[in-house]
Design a protein around this ligand. Structure first.
Ligand SMILES: Cc1ncc(COP(=O)(O)O)c(C=O)c1O
Length: 395
């Protein structure tokens, strides 16, 4: 099957919509969305049978599929709705003491930063933010030094945990997580990885990373239905006092049962793993990854050339299906947000935008249905809007 525009027939997008932001909420092919509806229908035919007797078996079958996909044991994986909830549950699974230190970075996803700050306030923890700059994010040696410096500075302040991204949101980049986990071991603290952007984006092997806690969204890049996230807690760290933030009927019954049963919800997205994996197999895993990576690389080149600017990462090994490109003329987020809204409503594409180290950037994705023509078209149209906006502001 040819990649590019031909594949759009398999997805539910509007005819003229161009998706340059697959990282946002992901998207499943139409037939996988239909499989989810099939399950909903099955549940509704006899809900008592499903919720009382089939639910845990079906969850188990799908947890095994996810565990195999990400290189973990089934009993280390539980499902929740989204990565935001997953991270909150991980924070709740750790036994904090007043005065403990948690380290995180300035480019952690906003919800995650907020949760850490809130936790620190409630539990009287020391929350330390590592400030990554353009210079640092361009060099893994400097990234590791920034992490190690923070760990050294806090090793005598009850250093308890370090939270880091696997593939960050904005700016988007791939972190050297094996090395960060090794540093956590060296300084005797827990490693918590936000992998919301990873399954289906890159190969994952959680046991190989030897990370302590890992959370992720299946719905972003894997082709399962949304909302669907998982939590990984290393077996050796599971204890009787791990509870989800929402305490349900299974209180005290252990990690897996407690997380499976947290009140009534719609489990049907969790049942779409096999179809998603079959679809990936049909397209070819290696082909999906190399095509998408190359699309993001080309997107970076095309946008930067059209706009007369630069991509954030000069080394292409530091990003995968998402590339960050500097925006010309625009200097504030307020202005860029107005342009992005105009582009969405008038031109049918969205530019995710953010401020980093004093500059405004957009983040563009490459995936199986994109083609270079998407980037040629959108970069030219966006430039027209950017120029018009900049002229209006100065006149
Ligand atoms: C790195 C990262 N972490 C966490 C999240 C939050 O994901 P969700 O909206 O599914 O909770 C996102 C969402 O884009 C993300 O990119």
């Amino acid at each position: 099957m040819e990649f590019g525009k031909q594949l759009l027939a398999l997805f539910p997008y509007d005819e003229n919509y161009i998706n340059l932001n697959h990282a946002s909420v992901g998207m499943e092919p139409i037939h996988i969305g239909q499989k989810r509806l099939y399950y909903l229908n099955e549940i509704n035919k006899n809900p008592e049978k499903w919720y009382r007797f089939h639910l845990f078996d079906e969850m188990k079958r799908n947890r095994q599929l996810v565990a195999d996909f990400v290189g973990s044991k089934i009993n280390e994986i539980t499902f929740v709705m989204n990565a935001t909830q997953a991270f909150q549950d991980v924070l709740a699974a750790i036994q904090w003491k007043e005065g403990d230190t948690i380290i995180y970075t300035n480019i952690a996803y906003p919800a995650i930063r907020n949760q850490i700050k809130h936790l620190a306030k409630c539990q009287k923890l020391n929350a330390v933010e590592i400030v990554l700059t353009k210079e640092i994010v361009n060099d893994n040696v400097k990234i590791l030094k920034a992490f190690e410096d923070a760990m050294v500075a806090n090793k005598d302040k009850n250093l308890k945990a370090v939270a880091f991204d696997h593939i960050s949101s904005v700016p988007s980049m791939l972190f050297p997580i094996n090395d960060i986990v090794a540093l956590c071991k060296k300084y005797n603290c827990l490693s918590i990885c936000d992998g919301a952007q990873t399954p289906g984006h890159i190969d994952i092997n959680l046991h190989k990373y030897d990370v302590d806690y890992y959370i992720s969204n299946m719905h972003k890049w894997s082709f399962t239905v949304r909302p669907f996230a998982f939590i990984f807690i290393k077996e050796s760290l599971q204890h009787e006092d791990i509870h989800p933030c929402i305490i349900g009927n299974y209180y005290g019954k252990g990690y897996v049962d407690e997380f499976n049963g947290k009140g009534t919800n719609d489990p049907s997205p969790f049942f779409t793993v096999q179809e998603a994996l079959d679809f990936r197999k049909m397209l070819g895993e290696e082909r999906i990854q190399s095509y998408s990576r190359n699309m993001a690389y080309r997107a970076g080149q095309i946008f930067a050339e059209t706009w007369g600017t630069q991509v954030l990462h000069s080394n292409k090994d530091m990003y995968v299906n998402l590339v960050n490109i500097e925006v010309p003329f625009i200097t504030t987020m307020v202005d860029m947000s107005e342009i992005a809204k105009d582009l969405l409503f008038k031109e049918n594409f969205w530019l995710t935008h953010f401020q980093f180290d004093g500059k405004i950037y957009v983040r563009i994705s490459g995936y199986v249905y994109n083609e270079e023509s998407d980037y040629i078209h959108c970069s030219a149209v966006a430039l027209k809007y950017i120029k018009q906006y900049a002229e209006k502001q100065t006149s």
